[in-house]
Design a protein around this ligand. Structure first.
Ligand code: C5P
Length: 413
C-alpha cells in the first residue's frame, strides 16, 4: 500500500515499520520497542549498526520478528540493493537508540552502513529516539545535528532525564518503548485525527450487569468494561457522537462521550431501546447477565441453618432483540450496524458464528475468557458472514480501532 494512504488513515491500517538500532546501551530496549510495535499490529524489520551488535545480538531480533535483521550492506545473501528495497517496503522508520554518532552521520547524509544508507533512501515518517550521555546531548555539535534532522522532517521521541549508563543522572536517557511507539504512530497519522465516523451516532454498551438478590447483594461477572470504554473513546476520537450505556465500572467517562449509567440487564435494555432509533451502529460490548433472581428481597437476606435456593429467570437477550427489531423493520435491510461479543472458554469461533446467525448481527468479536477480562490487551477473532480474521494480541484501543474499521466499512455498504 502507498505510504500516504496509510498516513491519511492510520486508524484503518497497521504499518510496515523499520526499526534501526544504533550502538548504545539502550539497544536492549530496542528489543522491547520491536515487541511493542508488534503488539500494536505493525510488521517490523530490523536494521542494526555494527556497534549495535556489540550491545544486543541479532538473534534476539530474529526471535521477535521472525526474520534476521539486516546488519551488513555488503552481505551477498541479499538479492538486489537491500537499503533501496527496505526503504520502498516501509511506511515508517524509527531509530532507537539514536546515538550521537548515528545522528551526526544521518544529519550529514553519510551512508556508510545498512542503516544510514536506508535512511537516505527513505522519505516517509521518521522518528529518532536519542540516547547518550548528557554531556554528548548538550554538546553544540549534537544540537546542530538535531536541528538539521528536525529541518529534514525527522521527529524526536525523547530523550528524557534520568539515570544514565555512567551512573550519573541527566538528560540523555532513551524514551520508553511505548512513548516511542506512540510518536511513530503520530508521525504515521501525520498529526491528522481520523474522522471517518463524523456525523455518525454510535451506541456502545459496556461493563457487567448486576442482578440484585437483596438490597446489598448482587450476582455479577468479571467484566471491567475496558473493551467497551476503549470502543467509546476511539469512536469519539474518530468523530462519532457516542452514547455509552454503562453497567457499573471503575472507569472514567472518556472525553466527548455521553454516558448513561445502568445497573441491571433490564435497565440496560431500557436505555439501549431508548437510544436505538437514530443510531448508525450499536456495539454490545457489555457482559449482560442471562439470568436474574426471580425475586429481589426487600430486606437483606438472613443466614439460616440450611442451604439457600435462588430461582433465576431469563433476562431478555438485548442483542438478539435488536437483531430481530432490525430484521422486522419496515425499511428492511436498513437500521444500524450491529456488533456483538462472544466470550467463550471453548469452540470460540464456532460459537461466535452461531451467535452471528442466531442474533442476526453483522459482526461478532470473539475472545477467549482468559485473554479478555480485566486486561489492557485483548486477542480477538472478528467473525462475519464472509469469514474470520484472527488479530494478534493488541491493546484494547487498537482492538477497538480494528472493530471500528469494520463498522466504517459496513456503514459504507
Ligand atoms: O449469548 P451470549 O451472552 O454469549 O452473547 C454475547 C453477546 O450478546 C454480547 O454482545 C452481549 O452484550 C449480548 N447479550 C445481550 N443480552 C444478553 C446477553 C448477551 O445483549 N442477555
Amino acid at each position: 500500500m502507498h505510504r500516504w494512504s496509510i498516513a491519511a488513515c492510520y486508524t484503518l491500517e497497521v504499518a510496515k515499520v523499520i526499526v534501526g538500532v544504533g550502538g548504545g546501551i539502550a539497544a536492549y530496549k530496542a528489543a522491547l520497542l520491536v515487541r511493542e510495535l508488534g503488539r500494536r499490529g505493525h510488521t517490523v524489520k530490523v536494521v542494526m549498526t555494527r556497534a549495535a551488535q556489540r550491545f544486543v545480538g541479532p538473534v534476539t531480533f530474529t526471535g521477535l520478528t521472525g526474520e534476521a535483521p539486516v546488519v551488513d550492506l555488503w552481505d551477498p545473501s541479499y538479492a538486489g540493493e537491500v537499503h533501496v528495497e527496505l526503504a520502498a517496503w516501509a511506511d515508517g522508520l524509527v531509530v532507537a537508540p539514536a546515538t550521537a554518532n548515528l545522528m551526526a552521520r544521518a544529519a550529514h547524509g553519510i551512508a556508510d552502513d545498512a542503516l544510514t544508507a536506508t535512511l537516505l533512501c527513505f522519505d516517509g515518517p521518521r522518528v529518532f529516539a536519542p540516547a547518550m550521555h548528557h554531556r554528548m546531548w548538550d554538546h553544540p555539535a549534537t544540537a546542530r545535528n538535531v536541528a538539521t534532522l528536525a529541518a529534514d522532517g525527522v521527529r524526536l521521541a525523547g530523550p528524557v532525564s534520568g539515570p544514565l549508563a555512567s551512573g550519573e543522572s541527566g538528560m540523555g536517557r532513551m524514551a520508553e518503548p511505548e512513548t516511542i511507539a506512540e510518536a511513530l504512530e503520530a508521525a504515521l497519522s501525520d498529526g491528522r485525527p481520523a474522522d471517518d465516523l463524523a456525523g455518525r451516532h454510535v451506541l456502545v454498551s459496556a461493563g457487567g450487569t448486576r442482578e440484585a438478590l437483596d438490597p446489598v447483594r448482587f450476582l455479577g461477572n468479571r467484566s471491567t468494561g475496558r473493551m467497551g470504554y476503549a470502543l467509546a473513546e476511539r469512536a469519539a476520537a474518530r468523530g462519532a457522537r457516542v452514547t455509552l450505556v454503562s453497567a457499573p465500572t471503575a472507569l472514567a467517562i472518556p472525553p466527548g462521550v455521553d454516558r448513561v449509567d445502568v445497573t441491571s440487564a433490564l435497565e440496560m435494555k431500557a436505555a439501549i431501546d431508548a437510544a436505538r432509533d437514530g443510531a448508525d451502529a450499536i456495539v454490545m460490548a457489555a457482559a449482560v447477565a442471562d439470568y436474574r433472581p426471580s425475586e429481589r428481597a426487600d430486606d437483606k437476606l438472613k443466614k439460616t441453618g440450611g442451604p439457600l435456593t435462588v430461582t433465576m429467570v431469563r433476562n431478555p437477550d438485548i442483542l438478539a432483540e435488536l437483531g430481530a427489531w432490525r430484521a422486522d423493520s419496515p425499511r428492511s435491510g436498513a437500521g444500524p450496524v450491529l456488533v456483538g461479543f462472544a466470550v467463550e472458554t471453548r469452540d470460540l469461533v464456532a460459537a461466535a458464528r452461531g451467535k452471528l446467525e442466531r442474533k442476526r448481527v453483522d459482526l461478532v468479536v470473539a475472545n477467549e475468557a482468559d485473554a479478555a477480562f480485566g486486561r489492557a490487551t485483548n486477542r480477538v477473532t472478528l467473525v462475519d458472514a464472509t469469514g474470520e480474521e484472527a488479530l494478534p494480541e493488541l491493546d484494547k484501543a487498537r482492538v477497538a480501532d480494528r472493530i471500528l474499521d469494520r463498522v466504517v466499512a459496513l456503514l459504507r455498504r
